[in-house]
Design a protein around this ligand. Structure first.
Ligand SMILES: Nc1ncnc2c1ncn2[C@@H]1O[C@H](COP(=O)(O)OP(=O)(O)OP(=O)(O)O)[C@@H](O)[C@H]1O
Ligand SMILES: [Mg+2]
Length: 353
């Protein structure tokens, strides 16, 4: 039964990815196409593992593509000049500040859980982190203990009413971790944005204005490929894709990758999928391992070696408005997200104090 489902999972993956597995959207700008190394032996750990970082080559192409303050046509936005970005290259990771869109149009795969907990773990490491809640469900907002009813402004006002993003940045209970909250108003934004000027670049321009203040900006996308997600992809340098270690989890991935490719071609040439995060891994079933192995076979070392286990503590934490490292600092979920933060950051020295 399990073996059959494993074969089916592979079939689903093959169908969805066949058009995209060599697509440009998956290529790191410095990548030469030799990323096929499977690290599946690490996948069986349900807690994730410490990771040797890939030693990077130069990042010059990426540096140019992502100079903050530049719009896609090279015009400066936000009235700032791009500061020097002396990248910590030894880590093999893109230079700080990094803007990651956490995206997967499939619902319930762990986008918000990953955004909140990866953000918190990065903040605990000393990085200044901004979480942008771009989902009308507002789950990242409540998950970080911010009550949407008490807000004067939210991401909706930033996108639709040109409210400066700094006017709606909220502190959280964790030092170094900040939030741009979302309210249910955002549900109308997909439609309200349609007639607005440069509707795809509104978030990019807003984020550019505060980028100097942060090391990481993590954007929690809604489960759709509409204008909100396009805004996130246009604002980001990188895409992080959480994939649930479940049957059918890979469905729709091809569609996501084609959309990323479209944004890359039309709005954001430097965008690349750098980070694939396997979530809700259940060590008791073979299916989870098979899905992880299959994803690694296709995406190589873009798949994080730290795998997030399925644990009830991770699903309980949001109702207390706390990231897992605060809610239960020693549980498996907290350990996994700490490992993930080490891996994603590559241990880069903090850029802002
Ligand atoms: N590792 C995990 N172990 C157990 N439960 C988890 C884990 N990760 C997420 N969950 C739970 O699964 C559900 C979906 O997770 P989450 O909200 O992060 O997904 P999402 O992709 O953001 O969903 P949506 O597409 O609706 O925005 C939530 O109830 C969450 O608490
Ligand atoms: Mg979510």
């Amino acid at each position: 039964m399990v073996a059959l489902r494993g074969r089916q999972a592979r079939a689903v993956l093959a169908v969805n990815l066949v058009a995209r597995q060599d697509g440009d959207a998956m290529k790191h700008p410095e990548q030469s196409g030799d990323h096929g190394t499977s690290t599946s032996s690490q996948a069986s750990s349900s807690e994730g593992t410490a990771v040797p970082q890939r030693q990077g080559k130069g990042h010059s192409e990426r540096d140019e593509a992502h100079a903050p303050g530049l719009s896609m046509d090279g015009a400066r936005v936000g009235g700032r000049s791009a500061p020097s970005r002396m990248a910590p290259r030894a880590t093999g990771k893109p230079p700080l500040p990094r803007v990651l869109a956490v995206a997967n149009q499939k619902g319930g795969v762990g986008k918000t859980t990953t955004t909140v907990n990866l953000g918190a773990a990065l903040a605990e490491m000393g990085y200044r982190v901004l979480v942008v809640d771009l989902d009308p469900q507002g789950n990242a907002t409540t998950g970080l203990g911010v009550n949407a009813r008490n807000l004067d402004a939210s991401i909706y006002d930033v996108l639709l009413h040109d409210v400066p993003i700094e006017d709606c940045i909220e502190p959280t209970n964790l030092r170094n971790l900040f939030l741009v909250p979302a309210t249910i108003d955002l549900a109308g934004a997909e439609i309200e944005l349609v007639p607005t000027f440069s509707r795809e670049l509104r978030l990019k321009r807003a984020v550019a204005a505060v980028l100097d203040d942060f090391d990481f900006v993590l954007i929690d996308c809604p489960p759709s490929l509409g204008l909100l997600t396009v805004n996130a992809l246009a604002a980001a340098n990188e895409v992080a894709v959480p994939i649930q270690c479940e049957y059918y989890a890979l469905e729709g991935l091809g569609q996501l990758l084609s959309n990323i490719e479209r944004v890359r071609a039309n709005l954001n040439p430097g965008l690349s999928v750098t980070t694939i995060i396997m979530t809700m891994f259940d060590a008791r079933t073979r299916l989870g391992e098979q899905v992880v192995d299959e994803v690694r076979r296709h995406f190589g070392d873009r798949v994080c070696r730290s795998v997030v286990p399925r644990t009830v503590r991770l699903s309980e934490a949001p109702s207390y408005g706390q990231p897992i490292i605060v809610f239960d600092p020693t549980c498996r979920g907290a350990t996994a997200y700490r490992e993930l933060a080490k891996e994603v950051s590559g241990g880069a020295p903090q850029r802002v104090g």
